[in-house]
Design a protein around this ligand. Sequence first.
Ligand code: SF4
Length: 906
Amino acid sequence: MKTEVKSTCCYCGVGCGVLIQAEGERIVGVRGDPEHPSNRGRLCTKGATLNLTTDPSYRLHYPERRSERGQGTTRTSWGEALDEAAERFAATIRQHGPDSVAFYISGQLMTEDYYVFNKLAKGLIGTNNIDTNSRLCMSSAVAGYKQTLGVDAPPCSYEDILLANVIFIAGANPAVAHPIIFRYIEDARAANPDLKIIVADPRRSESAEIADLHLPIKPGTDIALFNGMLHVLIGDHLVDDEFISSHTTGFAEQAEIVERYTPEAVAEVCGVPAQDIVQAARWFGQNGAALSIYCQGLNQSAHGTHNNAAIIHLHLATGQIGKPGAGPFSLTGQPNAMGGREVGGLSNLLSAHRDLANPQHRSEVASLWGVQSVPDKPGKSAIDLFSALKSGEVKAVWIACTNPAQSLPNQAAVREALQAAEYVVLQEAYANTDTAAYADLLLPATGWGEKHGTVTNSERRITHVNSAVPAPGEARHDWEIAVDFARRLGARLGVDASRLFPYADAETIFNEHRESTRGRDLDITGLSYKRLDADGPQQWPYPQGATYGKGRLYEDGVFPTGDGKARFVPVRHLATADIPDAEYPISLLSGRMRDQWHGMSRTGTVPRLFNLEDEPVLAMHPCDMRHRGLSSGDLVRVANNRGESIVRVEERPGLKKGRAWMPMHWGSQFMNTPGVNAVACDATDPYSKQPELKHAAVQIEKIDLPYPLAVVRRCANQSEALALLQATRHALARYPYATVGLYGRKSPLVVLRAATAEALDDTAIGALDTLFGIDGSDGAIVYVDSKRRVAKKAVAEGGRLLAVRLCGETQAVTWLRQAMAEDELDASLIRFALAPLGKPPVGVAPRNIICKCADVTDVQIRQEMADGADMPKLQEKLRCGTFCGSCVPEIRRMVAEYAPTEAAAA
Ligand code: SF4
């Protein structure tokens, strides 16, 4: 019997509600929850394919231990595993003190998981060494809100997007990173033709396509832009003097600072025309309800806190806060980074938005937890924590639900730190993340569809997440693992941990967390699991006695600061941490793609999510390419003094000269380097300690690897493809350039691309064929041209192409993978797989699937456009872009590109 269980999407901070369809112990489908107020039934491509990410072959099923680094693991029992961990942690704490151990956890955890980990570190062990990957994502937003508005609380709701008259998107690309937010923006545009949309982004991103004004500022010049806009607002008398005097402090000082930020001076710093800065400011100040939407582009910077403060100033100066359609709206990156912030899940925070530095707050938390005290020494934030592991100051680390061996910047240093650590515990749902290789103990945790608890999304909305299926193998919930460990550790440290951790279920933890919020800005004492189930997801604050949460904060103009007034903080433009110079002249930007999520441990298991891009392509400006003798498709080395990566380069629109862009998703599981984080900058913001992940100065040079090779292998099903993918990973190190990924529509494929300086000899080719299971001669056609060092092989099975291995000449791989994914190659066409220069047979046109929901390719769209279809007709006829809408910017671009071509032809 099929059941439907309410849950949320586990990817981004939009926090879309989903209905998980389960049959017995299997997830068989997913759809958007039409009753969830945040997404109203909509999902993007990633959310809509969540049911395809539950293949058990990638999961960690049992506790495993590794007796020696570099060796394999052996299965152990939960009892043995947790006793070992407790013994090692207790011994380390006894010998070196509580600060010799640390926890590094995740914005993917449930709020209840987070709460327990925080109490374990700060309450039981007595160390504040607990930080989270939210440090990489949201800590500048936290610090920016706190410095200006008093507390860490995004004041807006998604509904405000529909009510805005001007939307200012800065350092965010919701079209691909928060697609359902972008649907709101498109709805707002459709409902209000006078809506002005401004996008500030060094790259002409997918979101910029909808903008009335795009400001392609130089990387790291956000403060100069915002200060310049404030200068114009003041000069044009567009500030709200009454609001400023009644509800803010510090305006005069910041006004004096921005006197020097004339449009001309700012134009020079930001590299955008002065009149565009004036236009942006006037639209912001003249149109009424002004909403700014921002994310990692502001946060992931060595001055991220002041980036946030400077954009918030625009709202304080114009009084555009606490009103419908107005306010500074920071989008959360991870699904429950907000929940983590609520329970104080960072090394400088305490439960319910309390500050570690505040003695009163420490004492309140100690009393709530029933411990003598909470330590006052600040804990180590993410970057410092890994430096301390490397130096030996921290000796043992417990990592939960995150993958620092991919996601942290300056990977060489991070991996050295993990290698140097005396003891590493990894609590994970997946068996094969990059961090797993460094773990002495691997503990299997539940994943999406299995977990339960609560999560909070970007608009402060709490959703009760339910388990749809049981955990695979012996996997346990994250909070259960932490509680069990806490009790065993407590016994060894002489503490009655059963009293501190009495929880029998997640609801008991939620209730304790709820009590910690009483009287605080995020008071949720009126909420319970029962109420969330009965009334649906609710926004905080929701105090006892309330019947609904608060959609919009500060409507009364009173801010949670000592004097009730919001604060202007003095902010000035600062240079980026990594300034391009003669040695490293290119500004490398990193960003997200529509169909992948973070380090791909989940999205990387779904073949169709690779159809848009199946390798990490570096985008460059044509002048920079010409200067280096590069053509699209060439291989380049991207390097700086932190590391390097070899990737394929392409000329792509949207970048200014001197800037390049690379997706952040690919790491060592899908290529032979840690990807963009090999070179990413680990300088941090002084207030938030968030690293400058978004930007690095690099050199890019052509690399001569004249012998390309590629293998495309069709698999019977997803499990077979994942097993082959896993086996292939171990071979990536053999090649100077190598990526491996999936692809697929009807049939799942594994695609390997590599290149070498010397042609592979017969032994190496044989090893490759063996790896892909095509070493026999049955059904095989071989083409060898020794003079050109070309060696190709195609293998058919049952009249269908099973695999192609191409050495020395690989042009065919693009159309081959598409045709194989479509099952278009019957036996009569197989010989084309080996044809010189790899031309496709007539009738097999290269194609990309643009709309995954409606299964529509670019070829179909072009055919319709040739018959005169515009955007509405395409949507009506092919239904593309009418489901999740993630592909709408892509289709719009195709329509826009097609129109001028046609006009020119006429
Ligand atoms: Fe998931 Fe997409 Fe919604 Fe984000 S926007 S929560 S990735 S469905």
